[in-house]
Design a protein around this ligand. Structure first.
Ligand code: HGY
Ligand code: MN
Ligand code: MN
Length: 417
């Protein structure tokens, strides 16, 4: 296969994956352990098989497609000091998300393997193309659940007990997908194979558009977290209940939303309340309970935490309870690895291969937090928009991303211990 053919391979895979989980809005609804997820897993297995890669599923259901021509097995190589180089990303989406967030990294990784083979590279270290499951946490509420359980950052008992909007537990969904919920947990055997991880991802902002560069290397991920706010009330008739007699749970929720926005502006953070659940949910019934989920992030960890503290204090007046559902501290990617990637990409200055921080969370951040040297490559998104069907990357920039990832991978697997 020529290098040009590896780009054609990217285009074919991209076209194959496009229809899976796409909805009328043009966006995607690809949630973990659903029919769409099964189709994505089957697609991943098919691409691995087509390349003769050894497909392994870890205790969490993350898929690892290994390329190692020996001697011995991947584990023999690791024992001999040739730890694996993993590349990949996720395939799931937020509700009505875009096509590129996640899948661009997985498809580019398979295409990068094709490019190495086209160039006759014989890896000196095992290579894995990885599909991390449930990165968005759209169904069960915890972002990067696949990599968090894998690394132990999310306790297996807590993961098993998570429930979706229909009350289905993670354990039941995992079992319904043919897997043993008791197997869930930190997977030492899998982690031992990974010497470093490089995740290619569509940029979720417009820095590369403004800089006029197709690819960037990541420096860090902002601290970010998710909190659940529960507001109590009393159901009553919307027409016959006097205002002074109401216990309207929606008022506390409304106060949270506006206070979060004002507080974020004051503290130089961002805050979003993107999901709400109302009981009983009738237009003519005063809400007896409202749950709102806050997502807040920022470059300054202290300010993010202070904003949440302020909001927790404020909502006491509404009788609310607050539960932290996830927290990821500042992630600083491995600077040696990032510098190495920039050298490989011929970066002579800040412009040719920019270095960007991001407010978006990624599995790369979770692996980095688990002590695995990790780096990210961003591919230009001319819309600057993400988590929206308009999210986009031009084909030539996608190809530039494949070529950048292949160049970095070639360098990383040339390692001899
Ligand atoms: O929320 C995030 O930053 C990522 O899209 N999971
Ligand atoms: Mn996302
Ligand atoms: Mn993503």
């Amino acid at each position: 296969m020529s290098t040009a053919a590896s780009l054609a391979s990217f285009d074919r895979m991209w076209a194959d994956l496009g229809p899976v989980g796409r909805v009328a809005s043009g966006g995607y609804r690809r949630f973990v352990w659903t029919r769409e997820d099964a189709a994505l897993r089957e697609w991943f297995a098919g691409e691995a098989a087509a390349r003769g890669l050894d497909l392994v599923e870890d205790r969490v259901g993350n898929q690892w497609a290994w390329w190692w021509d020996g001697p011995g097995t991947v584990d023999d190589a690791v024992r001999a000091g040739h730890t694996g180089v993993a590349i990949g990303s996720h395939l799931d989406s937020v509700p009505d998300g875009g096509a590129f967030d996640g899948p661009l990294g997985v498809v580019s990784s398979f295409a990068a393997v094709d490019a190495l083979r086209a160039s006759g590279v014989v890896p000196g270290r095992p290579i894995a193309v990885t599909h991390f499951i449930d990165e968005e946490g759209a169904r069960f509420g915890i972002a990067c659940a696949g990599s968090r359980v894998l690394t132990g950052a999310l306790d297996a008992d807590r993961a098993r007990a998570l429930t979706d909007g229909d009350g289905v537990t993670y354990a039941d969904a995992f079992a319904a997908a043919g897997r043993d919920p008791q197997a869930l947990g930190r997977d030492e055997e899998t982690l031992a194979r990974v010497g470093c991880f490089v995740e290619l991802h569509v940029e979720q902002g417009r820095a590369l558009v403004d800089l006029g560069a197709p690819v960037a290397v990541a420096s860090d991920i902002w601290p970010h977290g998710r909190w659940r706010f529960d507001f109590p009330g009393e159901a009553n008739h919307a027409g016959t209940t006097r205002l002074e007699d109401r216990k309207d749970a929606m008022l506390g929720y409304a106060d949270l939303v506006l206070a979060a926005r004002a507080g974020a502006a004051e503290r130089g953070c961002v805050a979003t309340v993107g999901k709400v659940a109302v009981t009983p949910g009738g237009i003519n019934a005063i809400p007896s309970h409202v749950t709102g989920w806050l997502d807040t992030r920022g470059t300054d960890e202290g300010q993010v935490r202070a904003l949440v503290d302020d909001l927790e204090t404020r909502v006491q007046q509404h009788g609310a309870t607050v539960t932290r559902e996830s927290w990821t501290p500042t992630t600083r990617f491995d600077t040696d690895l990032a510098d190495r990637l920039r050298r490989v990409l011929g970066s002579t200055d800040e412009l040719s291969v920019p270095v960007l921080g991001t407010g978006a969370g990624h599995d790369a951040g979770i692996l980095s937090g688990a002590g695995i040297p990790t780096a990210m490559l961003f591919v230009r998104n001319p819309t600057g928009i993400s988590h929206n069907p308009v999210e986009h990357a031009e084909t030539q920039d996608c190809h530039a991303g494949v070529e950048a990832l292949a160049a970095c991978l070639t360098d990383l697997v040339a390692d001899q211990p």
